[in-house]
Structure formats: structure tokens, C-alpha cells
Design a protein around this ligand. Structure first.
Ligand code: PGA
Length: 255
């Protein structure tokens, strides 16, 4: 099996001021042993306003920077939007696209995700495409259909070479922030199927997201299909986040 480099990404959502993000980064840097970065990609995705400060704070460390959204356009009359070239100014290497909160609260569509994905790829950043089903869809047995459509539409017109550079985060919506994560077996099965949908995705990294925390991460990361996590709540706690990085290291060591 191809060895994929594990990735632990912290999605801070709309948490942290410029000042408090500085404190959190210092705590995270102190909690993660520097050797961890040789084995695991560790990414922080703060709010846009904290990107500059976090970029400075992580300079010369192994931590990497991500953003929570990006415009499909590079420049122009797009009030309130932030483009890939703007994010690159801070050294942003990753960007979350299609998070369920953006889909539901901001009307993000699969076509919109596709345009953003291509913009991110063109800029050289690594898109983290978030996909997932609602509780009703889950209970109605529609998970594969819903997630399949999200993935296929987002990757419309994307080459296999580019698809391979992307990251997919499978995040069942009912698991996000709920304290109730998916079972490792179910999450791995959905991810295994995602890999078959688009040429190149068999080699792309696929994360699990949704109430991932130290207590359940070991079992989730033990699944060879799961290459890491997109972490919300637990990424705001330096000790918990560092534990997740360590569990990802351990998981690859045993594969
Ligand atoms: P959670 O969030 O870990 O708090 O469930 C994950 C996410 O929304 O990316």
C-alpha cells in the first residue's frame, strides 16, 4: 500500500483573537515535540484576521499555516472575499473548502467548491475539501450518494495529477461538534469509497473530521484508510491537539 504522510489540521473556526491566537500557538509549539514534524504534517487554520500573527509565530518551526476558506477569484470586485494570492502572502499552504458550516450558513454549493478547489490548486496551495452527510441522510442510508455527489462535483475537470495533491476531509455533519464521532469502520469504509470516485484520489490523503479527540483518535487512526484528522474543538486545546499529533505518529509507525 502507498504510504501517505499523515496530516493533523486544526480548524479554529471563528475562535481566537489576534492576541489569544498568539498564546495558543506558543502553547501548541511547546506541546508538540519538534521531531513530530518529520513524520506528520501539522496545520493550523486560524481565522483570517489571525493569519499574519500566526504566520510570524510559526516561522522556522514545523507548524504549517492553513486558511478556512478562499475565493474562487484571484482579484476583483468581490467584497468580503479573500483570494488565494492574498493567502499566499502569509505563507498559507492549505485551505479548507466546502466545510459544512460554510455550505449551510453561507450557501456554499458544490459548483462553488469546485471553482475554489481549482483556484487553490492553481495557486499551489493544498485544498482540504470537506464533505459529509446530515443525520437524516445518514439514517436514511444516503451517505454514499450524498458524499459521492459532493466529491464528484468538486473534482469536475480536475486532472488525476491535481486530485492526488488534494486532501479530502470526510466529516459527517452530525458528528461535528456533537461529541458523537462516526465509528472507525464506517468512516474508513466511506473514505475507501471516496478514493474510487475520481482518478488520483486513491493516492490523495483522506482525513476524518467530527468530534475527533484523544479518546477516540487512536481507533480512527488505526484504520489504514484514515490519514489524519480535521480537528475543530480539540484543536483549541494545545495539550489535546498535541496528543492527536502524537497518536498520528504512532498510527503510522504501526502500519
Ligand atoms: P469538531 O469540528 O472536531 O469540533 O467536531 C470538526 C470540524 O468542523 O472541522
Amino acid at each position: 500500500m502507498t504510504r501517505r504522510r499523515p496530516l493533523i489540521a486544526g480548524n479554529w473556526k471563528m475562535h481566537q483573537t489576534v492576541a489569544s491566537s498568539g498564546t495558543l500557538v506558543v502553547e501548541i509549539l511547546a506541546a508538540i515535540p519538534p521531531q513530530a514534524y518529520d513524520e506528520v504534517d501539522v496545520v493550523l487554520c486560524p481565522p483570517f484576521t489571525a493569519l499574519a500573527g500566526v504566520a510570524l509565530a510559526i516561522e522556522g518551526t514545523g507548524l504549517q499555516l492553513g486558511a478556512q476558506n478562499v475565493s474562487a477569484f484571484d482579484w476583483g470586485p468581490y467584497t468580503g472575499q479573500i483570494s488565494a494570492p492574498m493567502l499566499l502572502e502569509f505563507g498559507t499552504r492549505y485551505v479548507i473548502i466546502g466545510h459544512s458550516e460554510v455550505r449551510t450558513q453561507c450557501g456554499e454549493t458544490d459548483a462553488g467548491c469546485s471553482a475554489k478547489l481549482r483556484a487553490a490548486l492553481q495557486s499551489g496551495m493544498t485544498p482540504i475539501l470537506a464533505v459529509g452527510e446530515t443525520l437524516a441522510e445518514h439514517e436514511g442510508g444516503l451517505t454514499r450518494q450524498i458524499v459521492g455527489a459532493q466529491v464528484r462535483q468538486a473534482f469536475e475537470g480536475v486532472s488525476a495529477v491535481d486530485a492526488e495533491r488534494c486532501v479530502i476531509a470526510y466529516e459527517p455533519i452530525w458528528a461535528i461538534g456533537s461529541g458523537r464521532s462516526d465509528t472507525p469502520e464506517d468512516a474508513a469504509a466511506v473514505i475507501a469509497e471516496i478514493r474510487t470516485l475520481v482518478p488520483g484520489l486513491d493516492r490523495a490523503r483522506c482525513l476524518y473530521g467530527g468530534s475527533m479527540k484523544p479518546a477516540n483518535a487512536e481507533a480512527l487512526l488505526a484504520q489504514p484508510e484514515i490519514d489524519g484528522g480535521l480537528i475543530g474543538g480539540a484543536s483549541l486545546d494545545a495539550a489535546a491537539f498535541a496528543l492527536l499529533v502524537n497518536l498520528a505518529r504512532k498510527a503510522i509507525a504501526t502500519r
